[in-house]
Design a protein around this ligand. Structure first.
Ligand SMILES: [Zn+2]
Length: 330
């Protein structure tokens, strides 16, 4: 829901990840060499020099690709595409990569074997722990489902922003693995999404490209209630990015059941008077504003946009409080 601009703190996390991967997975280059030699020798139907050159590129780029930043991806994609053009289907084509002791032939798409050699399964466990430290505790696409990781288990999916079947060299890149819930990852599948979590400062991307606009009206009860939550772009208008995001991740239906969250915030806003705000501010040590008091009453919600991924539904709740301020409710 909100992008992260890469700074020295983020680079520190990326370096920590890369060092841990290098320690836990010391044989990546050796395994890639074995794969290259075996596939080239046992798959007569495939252009073996193309396979060899592709894997050799990855061997020379490893481990730098672990921390390759988005601003450099295009140059790398072009470099790998030059080789890929010689055998365009080689990544998704099934190749023989080994034979068991009983003579059973092992076959799989080449990209899957590259990802295996990169030790993706180990890398995701290392990254899971680091993403928790970074406060990435909800799906970055919907901000509804928590992404939990503990005791070296990762109870969520890492979405490859640049799909692994097209760009396996980014298969374990820190900046390409985005915490995602099963629902959003399932909707995305192998399609491309505009929502790259990490951006470089010179990419001029809007960090917060979306805005929830709840429809609230006075009904029969004592407080205003929410009837619908609209998902829009940052200027509260539908944009290409918000439309694409909704189409891919079905945000409207995910949030249809969340109208009570908005109603609750409005109810608290109407119940909170100046003396209560003052007393709460003094007791709990926050600046004396109604927005802070309502946020505190809403599970101690942070009003800092950078904290959106720390708790589910933070984006919706922050945007509701913004709307109250703009509408003069608080
Ligand atoms: Zn999700």
């Amino acid at each position: 829901m909100r992008k992260i601009e890469i700074d020295d703190t983020i680079r520190g996390y990326a370096q920590d990840y890369a060092s841990k991967v290098k320690v836990k997975c010391p044989n990546v280059v050796e395994d890639l060499e074995k794969l290259r030699n075996y596939v080239a020798a046992h798959n007569p139907g495939i252009d073996k020099t193309a396979v060899t050159d592709y894997i050799d590129l990855l061997i020379s780029d490893y481990p730098a690709v672990l921390t390759l930043e988005p601003k450099d991806w295009n140059a790398y994609i072009q470099k790998y595409d030059v080789v890929l053009q010689r055998e365009p289907t080689m990544l998704t084509r099934k190749v023989v990569y080994g034979v068991s002791g009983t003579g059973k032939v092992h076959e799989a798409p080449l990209y899957e074997r590259i990802i295996f050699c990169l030790r993706y399964e180990d890398a995701r466990l290392i990254l899971g722990e680091i993403q928790q430290q970074m406060g990435l505790k909800t799906c970055v696409y919907c901000n509804v489902i928590p992404t939990i990781s503990n005791d070296e288990q990762v109870y969520y999916q890492m979405d490859h922003y640049q799909p692994q079947s097209k760009y396996p060299f980014l298969g374990t890149c820190f900046y390409n693995l985005q915490p995602s819930c099963g629902i959003c990852n399932g909707h995305k599948g192998k399609k491309d999404s505009d929502f790259g979590l990490y951006v470089n400062a010179d990419q001029h991307k809007v960090l917060s490209p979306f805005r929830f606009v709840p429809k609230v009206s006075c009904g029969i009860g004592p407080y205003p209630t929410c009837s619908e939550i609209l998902f829009k772009g940052s200027g509260k208008r539908v944009t290409k990015e918000s439309k694409d995001h909704e189409k891919m991740f079905h945000i409207d239906s995910l949030y249809a059941g969340r109208i009570n969250e908005v109603s609750k915030l409005y109810e608290n806003a109407f119940k909170t008077n100046d003396s209560l705000v003052q007393a709460m501010a003094a007791s709990y040590g926050f600046e004396n504003t109604k927005a802070n008091a309502i946020a505190y009453l809403s599970n101690q919600l942070s009003l800092n946009e950078a904290d959106i991924h720390k708790e589910p539904l933070t984006k919706l709740r922050q945007d509701t409080i913004k709307q109250m301020k703009e509408g003069g409710v608080i």
